[in-house]
Design a protein around this ligand. Structure first.
Ligand SMILES: NC(=O)c1ccc[n+]([C@@H]2O[C@H](COP(=O)([O-])OP(=O)(O)OC[C@H]3O[C@@H](n4cnc5c(N)ncnc54)[C@H](O)[C@@H]3O)[C@@H](O)[C@H]2O)c1
Length: 263
C-alpha cells in the first residue's frame, strides 16, 4: 500500500522495539517507508548478546541507529539525546512504546498490588514519557516543532480483568499525554496517544488470558475482530505526521471500535 506521507528530511526516535512483532517495529517500518531517518533505543542491548545481534540485524533493515536505554535510568536517557544531537542535530518525532509491570502484579488480585510493583509499572510505563519528552524538547525546538506518540490501552479508563496495575499506568500515561500537550503546544510540539486493541506481541503474551481477550474482540467489536500491527502503525504514522498538525492531547482508538460498545 502506498502512503501520501512524505517524511524525507525528518528524524524519529523509536523506543520499545523488542523484536519484529513489537508495535514499535510496525511504526518504524512505516516511518522508514515514508523517508524518515530513524534511531532506536532498547534496554536489552547490555543484558543479552543474542537479543542484541537480532536487534542490530532488524535495525539495519531500516538503516537505523541503535542506542542502549533503560528508561528508568536518567543518565542513559541523557546519553541518547546527546547521541541524537550529534547524529541528527534535530528531532521531529518520538515514539513511546515501552511498558512493564512485574508479572506477579498481573497474576494476583489488584488489591494485593505491592508498592514496589506499582512504582515499577508507573515508572517504566508512564513516567518515562515525561523523561523522554524533556530530553527530546531542545532537539524538537531546533526542528521548529515535533510530534510524540505513546501507546495506550482501554484499561486506562475501564476495569479490565488481569490488567491490574498496568491499567493504572495507562491512565497516568494518558493524563501525561494531555498535560504535555498543554505545556508543549506553544513550542509546536504535539503529544498524542494511540489506544490499540489487543495485538500479539511479547508484552501482550505476558497478560494472563490474552487469548480470551482476543476472542472477546472477535465477538463484540463492531468490526468483529481485533486490529493488525499495521493498522495500529498507520494511525501512529498519521499522528506523527503533518496530516495531524491540528491534533494534540488526543487518544486515538485503533481497536475495531471495541471501546464504543456496552455489550
Ligand atoms: N500488544 C498489545 O495488545 C497492546 C495493546 C495496547 C497497547 N500496547 C502498548 O504498546 C506498547 C508496546 O508494547 P508491545 O505490545 O509492542 O510489546 P513489546 O514487548 O514488543 O514492547 C514492549 C517494549 O517495552 C520495553 N521495555 C520494558 N521495560 C523497559 C525499560 N525499563 N526500559 C526500556 N524499555 C523497556 C521492552 O524491551 C519492549 O521493547 C506498550 O506500551 C504496550 O502497553 C500494546
Amino acid at each position: 500500500m502506498a502512503y501520501a506521507i512524505d517524511l524525507a528530511g525528518k528524524t524519529a526516535l523509536v523506543t520499545g522495539v523488542a523484536n519484529k512483532r513489537s508495535l514499535a517495529w510496525a511504526v518504524a517500518k512505516l516511518l522508514h517507508r515514508a523517508g524518515a531517518r530513524l534511531a532506536f533505543t532498547s534496554r536489552r542491548l547490555a543484558e543479552d548478546e543474542k537479543a542484541k545481534a537480532k536487534l542490530e540485524a532488524l535495525v539495519k533493515e531500516v538503516d537505523g541507529l541503535l542506542l542502549p536505554c533503560d528508561v528508568r535510568d536518567e543518565k542513559q536517557i541523557a546519553r541518547v539525546f546527546q547521541a541524537l544531537d550529534g547524529e541528527f542535530g534535530r528531532l521531529d518525532m518520538l515514539v513511546h512504546s515501552v511498558a512493564y509491570a512485574p508479572p506477579e502484579a498481573l497474576r494476583g488480585r489488584f488489591v494485593d498490588t505491592s508498592k514496589e510493583a506499582f512504582q515499577t509499572a508507573l515508572e517504566v510505563s508512564a513516567y518515562s514519557l515525561i523523561a523522554l519528552a524533556r530530553g527530546a524538547l531542545p532537539l524538537m525546538e531546533r526542528a521548529g516543532g515535533g510530534s510524540l506518540i505513546a501507546m495506550s490501552y482501554l484499561a486506562a479508563e475501564r476495569a479490565v480483568p488481569t490488567y491490574n496495575v498496568m491499567g493504572t499506568a495507562k491512565a497516568a500515561l494518558e493524563q501525561i499525554v494531555r498535560q504535555l500537550a498543554f505545556e508543549l503546544g506553544p513550542q509546536n510540539v504535539r503529544v498524542n496517544a494511540v489506544s490499540a486493541g489487543p495485538v500479539p506481541t511479547l508484552a501482550a503474551r505476558g497478560v494472563p488470558g490474552f487469548t480470551h481477550i482476543l476472542e472477546v474482540y472477535e465477538k463484540r467489536a463492531p468490526l468483529r475482530r481485533t486490529v493488525t500491527h499495521e493498522e495500529v502503525a498507520r494511525a501512529a504514522l498519521f499522528l506523527l505526521s503533518d496530516l495531524a498538525s491540528g491534533i494534540t492531547g488526543e487518544v486515538l482508538y485503533v481497536d475495531g471500535g471495541f471501546h464504543v460498545t456496552a455489550f
